[in-house]
Design a protein around this ligand. Structure first.
Ligand code: GLY
Ligand code: MN
Ligand code: MN
Length: 448
């Protein structure tokens, strides 16, 4: 059951159409199905923009919005019903279902696109379209326009202007409605529980992919059939590989494990990272670095509030990270100068977050002109500072080497400040140790 009503989708289309210039048309294609090997496909994931406006889950579809069109403003092209195909591959809505169940004013078979769409474009001054994302579809769009151009001598009016659709649409997606926030909270809750489960199940000697399996299990049984992105489960120095997804090493006693994993629920992502000791107890060095990252993360979260700009959480985190690195002797010098010279980049080479929504690295501008974007209620972002000491970094004492830590939460900007959607995933190191000690199986005494 979709948590988003038909009304919500209709309101989005209305809002977009109200912002379009007069006498215009918007064209948004569905995502193609993609081959995984020979004749098997990846599980289908609808394009986020297309789904945002339609709620329509099938491939081979094109959404067309024509504000003010008397015969209907919302036209959907989709696959026809086909008994044989449906027996093999599953249900299709067909043009009838597109109208009845998905709110289209008018719907046509996708096979009629070349025949019908030029007629819908003809006479419209402007075409809103995301050029350059899908080369094959770009070619179709140009062909349709050229079909009209070829008929100018018979009085046809080709469009005079192409406008990037993403500015309008992605700004809408940046602000989450109350209903969207509920879906994101559900994705966050599922993910937080999965991180808890991983802390409970983790034992030295397990493989990283076995811990990953705990996430897939927990996600799937809660209705999140697929993660929002490939899970990162990195034991020891693997945590220093930022996009580590091999997940095929053994988790060793004495190492930390960094897990960056998030559920996708009804097309909305969660994105949580937790780092904890494989054996349930932080070493002195691990704990010292962890405390620095946690302090930085809490400072960054405090900087998430309306009126602050996008970069303020990053700046707050950076200050704490560099201060901590100096205190522990991993960097030498003055905090401000080390920040200005970017000397910290050896240990912290990514930014502190990104927008979060239907895509894990969600759409929306980070700057308006030359200025950082100001945070406003309804925006959701991640806060994810980390520290990574490469295993071969011989500029630091060997005791620090091969430790990688990141702590990541999903934060909603509210009127009063912020709400941490992922607060249910433990990150306090004492709490993590207590939790892991509680579930650790009692060691059996060896028989004498
Ligand atoms: N999981 C991707 C990220 O944290 O940005
Ligand atoms: Mn992230
Ligand atoms: Mn992440």
């Amino acid at each position: 059951m979709s948590m988003l009503s038909k009304k919500e989708f209709a309101a989005r289309r209305r809002e977009l159409m109200d912002q379009m210039e007069p006498n215009s048309i918007a064209i948004v294609p569905a995502a193609p199905a993609r081959t995984r090997s020979r004749d098997t496909e990846y599980p289908y994931r609808q394009d986020s923009d297309f789904f945002y406006l339609s709620g329509f889950p099938e491939p081979e579809a094109v959404l067309v919005l024509i504000p003010g069109r008397p015969h209907g403003e919302y036209v959907l092209f989709c696959r026809e019903r086909d008994r044989a195909m449906e027996i093999w591959n599953g249900f299709r809505a067909g043009p009838e279902g597109a109208v009845k169940d998905f709110g289209a004013d008018d719907a046509f078979p996708i096979g009629d696109l070349d025949e019908i769409l030029p007629g819908l474009i003809e006479g419209r001054e402007r075409v809103y379209y995301q050029m350059g994302r899908d080369a094959e579809f770009d070619r179709h769009v140009m062909n349709w326009v050229n079909t009209i151009r070829a008929k100018v001598r018979s009085g046809a009016h080709p469009p005079g202007e192409f406008i990037a659709l993403d500015h309008l649409l992605h700004d809408m997606r940046l602000f989450k409605s109350p209903a969207e926030i509920k879906v994101m909270q559900k994705a966050a809750d599922i993910t937080a529980n999965a991180h808890l489960r991983a802390m409970e199940k983790c034992r030295p000697g397990m493989m990283e992919f076995q811990l990953e399996a705990e996430f897939l299990h927990e996600f799937s049984r809660e209705g999140s059939r697929f993660p929002a992105y490939s899970s990162i489960v990195g034991g020891g120095a693997n945590a220093c590989v930022l996009h580590y997804i091999d997940n095929d090493c053994e988790l060793k006693d004495g190492d930390l494990v960094l897990i960056d994993a998030g559920a996708e629920y009804q097309h909305y992502a969660a994105d949580i990272t937790r780092t904890f000791p494989v054996n349930g107890k932080f070493s002195r060095e691990q704990r010292a670095l962890y405390d620095v990252v946690l302090k930085a993360q809490l400072a960054a979260i405090r900087a998430v509030k309306p009126g602050n700009h996008w970069n303020e959480p990053h700046e707050a985190a950076l200050k704490e990270l560099v201060k901590g690195l100096v205190e522990l002797g991993l960097l030498q010098g003055k905090v401000d100068e080390l920040i200005a010279s970017e000397a910290y980049r050896r240990f912290y080479m990514h930014r502190t977050g990104h927008w979060l929504g239907m895509d894990v690295h969600d759409v929306g501008d980070y700057k308006v002109g030359d200025e950082w974007r100001v945070l406003e209620p309804g925006m959701v972002l991640t806060v994810e500072p980390g520290l990574y000491v490469a295993a071969d970094d011989d500029t630091v004492d060997s005791k620090w080497r091969g430790i990688g830590i990141r702590i990541e939460d999903d934060v909603l900007v509210t009127e009063k400040g912020r709400k941490i959607l992922t607060a249910a995933a433990p990150k306090d190191p004492d709490e993590i140790e207590a939790l892991m000690a509680k579930v650790k199986p009692k060691r059996k005494k060896k028989a004498a």
